[in-house]
Write a protein that binds this ligand. Structure first.
Ligand SMILES: *Cc1c(COP(=O)(O)O)cnc(C)c1O
Length: 394
């Protein structure tokens, strides 16, 4: 299953690790000691793969876009993660983690959520598995993401409002961590991206790696070569990107391109372009790049897409960037909106705003006609309709 992993302490080069308060050691160490052994059993793999197929709807199609191919003079394929149950790649991870939680005899799941996408994917997996589910969400986000709050409640989850600080994702994360400290024995904390203390980044990457595993098989069938020339994915915390990159990291052919949210411009003060601006620091338990002030305060990020609106970046991406195994670039809110509209009208696919960032970068590249390019379409745009309505005056 693996071609790329951190060392025993969870470091990718200098990035990663597990910088957690002493009170969390038991929980984190239990996971560190057990996760690989659990995930690698035949039993686990059988259950995970059956659920991916019959519940999530995998394999997701790899669609050759004739329109994009003609426009950009290359062979462009879209990996349709938008067709997964619940509308994005996040469900691959929540199903995987809930199976791990079961093997650890946990009875209760907690998670943090910003826009509510990870909260919905977690509540969905909990409903399926009969686990009690508590989702922490900033009070401000509860106000602005009502449809997702209602979905979580309908799925049977309890939604707890985080009322400290800016009342958004970072505060919800702090409350979830506090809740984990208070319930170390029966509770598993499902983190939603390749962030957090070791082993989360590696564990989440293992579950999302199903994306590139499928791309290989599908490309072999369609082009007789399993390795594309380019894979392009948007980069929030980095889980869909690492999933799409995973099985191509070790080959010398495939160029990996991660697209961050430039917001209103990398130097506008309203951005989430972590690699472009970030300095080394520790956020949510791991060493990575983050956007911070001179004296080390985390800066509130901005992106039009909620899923990319995070001030840090998974440690694996900090490492891939520094070792030049991946190229990290950014596009603006405006460029993403244009790309979303174009895909909608030319291919009949309304993408998530996050995924539109990956699409938008196509315009900044030049290809050779025979280049095979895979864009990871991480999610569908239903959740972004309010933003589209506003910007396109629908
Ligand atoms: C959450 C989300 C993202 C960003 O998260 P990653 O961990 O960077 O993948 C991207 N696309 C969609 C559709 C999302 O819901």
């Amino acid at each position: 299953m693996n071609t790329f992993s951190p060392n025993k302490e969870g470091f990718y080069g200098e990035f990663g690790g597990a910088f957690v308060p002493e009170m969390l050691y038991p929980n984190v160490q239990e996971l560190q000691n057990r996760y690989r052994e659990i995930i690698e059993t035949d039993d686990f793999q059988k259950e995970f793969r059956e659920l991916m197929r019959d519940y999530v709807g995998r394999p997701t199609p790899l669609f050759y876009s004739k329109n994009l191919s003609e426009e950009h003079n290359a062979q462009i394929y879209l990996k349709r993660e938008d067709l997964n149950h619940t509308g994005a790649h996040k469900i691959n991870n929540t199903i995987g983690q809930i199976l791990v939680a079961k093997k650890l005899n946990k009875k209760r799941i907690i998670a943090e959520t910003g826009a509510g996408q990870h909260g919905v994917a977690t509540a969905t997996a909990c409903a399926l598995m009969g686990m009690k589910c508590v989702i922490y969400m900033g009070a401000v986000d509860i106000e602005r993401q009502k449809p997702n709050v209602d979905r979580m409640k309908l799925l049977g989850a309890e939604v707890v409002s985080a009322t400290s600080g800016s009342k958004t994702l970072k505060d919800a994360t702090n409350e979830a961590i506090r809740a984990w400290i208070n319930n170390p024995v029966d509770t598993h904390y499902i983190i939603g991206s390749v962030v957090g203390p070791h082993p989360y980044p590696d564990m989440v990457a293992m579950f999302q790696s199903v994306i590139s595993e499928e791309i290989k098989v599908q490309l072999l069938e369609k082009t007789r070569n399993e390795d594309p020339d380019y894979v392009i994915a948007c980069l929030g915390g980095g889980s869909n990107a690492i999933g799409a990159f995973y099985h191509f990291i070790d080959n010398n052919k495939t160029k990996l391109i991660a697209v961050e949210a430039g917001g209103e411009g990398v130097h506008s003060g309203k951005t989430a372009a972590t690699i472009a601006l970030g300095k080394r620091g520790i956020i949510h338990g791991s060493k990575t790049y983050l956007i911070q002030t001179e004296d080390g305060q985390v800066v509130e990020p901005h992106s039009i897409s909620a899923g990319l609106d995070y001030p840090g970046i998974g440690p694996v991406h900090a490492y891939l960037n520094d070792t030049q195994k991946a190229t990290v670039v950014s596009v603006t809110d405006q460029e993403a909106l244009v790309a979303a509209k174009e895909l909608s009208q030319k291919d009949g696919i309304i993408p998530a705003l996050e995924s539109a960032h990956a699409l938008a970068y196509l315009k900044k590249m030049t290809f050779k006609k025979e280049d095979v390019v895979v864009i990871n379409l991480s999610g569908r745009g239903d959740k972004d309709m309010a933003t589209y309505q506003k910007h396109f005056k629908l």
